[in-house]
Ligand binder design. Structure first.
Ligand SMILES: [Zn+2]
Length: 306
């Protein structure tokens, strides 16, 4: 009679935590949004939601940096969120296994299983919004390692402005200045132009720069990881006309060295928008919950549940 396990999914962001319940990532039954406040308060509300909607396991994709081995946050600019043992707090509050990963690794899982990266392995999921990050899947599994990939903080060369002079912007990252995040994130665009990106028209010259920097940033990722497809999501990436600039810049940055159609005529199918839109993260968190249940398995051998 059993309909199978019920899974909980949490997408933890800087402004909101989305909690959902479902038996498969494509059929979410209940969902709630919680404003991100202090950790005790926010995680307390997460526990409260899942006590009302009991699940067999929980998957959490959340902002980093994270110590994935310890299941905890690391030092972060978000007030109060340093060294919070998220996994232990949720396991103690709910009594079920909890899998914790980065928001971008969760989104990569969602896109590989159900979205625009199906059949692509390794694959890279990049988000450009308030921050810049990337999830990487190799053999169907999220890449962890020392910590986890921190793609947003790779350093980039100074590109010329449209008039040929060097870009004078010093970047907005408090750690590195001109890293990718310091050049193309929402706050970086606002720091450069004095206006929020949403207020800038599609033909503002800043979008050309953003596209060129993002393409230049993808080049080392392609060289190092050899991804079979790159999904580019996030609020900034949704700007009309940006992805073609990114593709062009990526191809130019590689200088014709990689002799593959994906970097040539096939580049429109190589650097693609998300198939799940903004739903990749929560779908991926539910896939993480499936792996947390143990028997089930890793995302790579778990059969599709669509
Ligand atoms: Zn940085």
């Amino acid at each position: 009679m059993s309909a199978g396990p019920l899974y909980g999914a949490v997408e933890g962001g800087g402004t909101k935590f989305v909690c959902a319940v479902g038996r498969s990532p494509t059929k979410l039954l209940d969902q709630v949004r919680i404003s991100t406040g202090a950790p005790d308060e926010t995680l307390g509300q997460v526990v409260e939601f899942f006590r009302k909607h009991p699940v067999d396991s929980l998957g959490v994709g959340m902002f980093g940096p994270l110590d994935l081995a310890a299941g905890a946050t690391l030092r972060t600019p978000k007030p109060g969120w340093d060294d919070v043992p998220v996994r232990a707090i949720l396991e103690a509050g709910l009594g079920v296994p909890v899998a914790l990963d980065t928001d971008v690794n969760a989104a990569a899982l969602g896109e590989q299983r159900l979205g625009a990266a199906q059949g692509a392995d390794p694959c890279l999921y990049v988000t450009v919004g308030t921050g810049v990050g990337a999830g990487v899947l190799v053999g169907g599994r999220p890449l962890h390692g020392l910590l986890h990939p921190e793609f947003g903080h790779i350093l980039l060369p100074v590109l010329p402005l449209a008039d040929g002079t060097p870009d004078p912007f010093e970047g907005a990252c408090p750690f590195h200045g001109r890293c990718l995040e310091g050049l193309v994130s929402g706050p970086a665009i606002a720091a450069r132009t004095g206006r929020p990106g949403e207020d800038l028209p599609d033909d503002d010259p800043v979008w050309d720069l953003v596209g060129r920097y993002l393409g230049a940033g993808l080049a080392p990722a392609v060289l190092l990881l050899s991804p079979v497809r790159i999904v580019v999501g996030g609020s900034v990436s949704g700007r009309p006309g940006l992805l073609p600039r990114v593709r062009r810049s990526l191809a130019e940055s590689l200088g014709g060295y990689l002799n593959h159609d994906a970097l040539g005529d096939g580049i429109d199918e190589y650097v693609v928008p998300p198939g799940l839109g903004a739903g990749a993260g929560i779908a991926g968190a539910l896939l993480l919950a499936q792996t947390a249940l143990g028997s089930a398995t890793s995302p790579v051998d778990d059969p599709p549940t669509v």
